[in-house]
Design a protein around this ligand. Sequence first.
Ligand code: FES
Ligand code: FES
Length: 151
Amino acid sequence: MKLDVNGREREVKVPEDTPLLWVLRDDLQLTGTKYGCGLAQCGSCTVHLDGRPVRSCTTPVGRVGEAKITTIEGVSGRVAEAVQQAWHAADVPQCGYCQSGQVMAAVALLERNAKPSVAEIDAALKGNVCRCATCHRIRLAIQDASRSLEG
Ligand code: FES
Ligand code: FES
């Protein structure tokens, strides 16, 4: 089947019920998207489908259709740059394992709501678990990115 991944057409030969996460990591070598729980419980596998954050571990590749898939390797644009800069400035990551999912969730939030409240940030990120407890820095970085998008 053909997939639109990070703006490129990619062809893969896999069963339709293969999780998108496996296809990204094993067939397309896009290993920035991480496997955590495999049960839609941790958010480390978050990618965008047409800009919406989804759990790639529980998304069968056959359901993707013509949706544009964006992974941490391909996320770009003004919002993504603001998030990446804020992440660096706040020195957010600890072990790093959850971070690509956190960044993808943050970019999706700020793309649809450039000035989220703390409650909206917490609601948007609540499914993204960080075992290193970087949640406070993640919140601060999202607020910083939001401010930088105001200009
Ligand atoms: S690996 Fe997909 S939500 Fe945990
Ligand atoms: S930085 Fe280690 S799990 Fe989040």
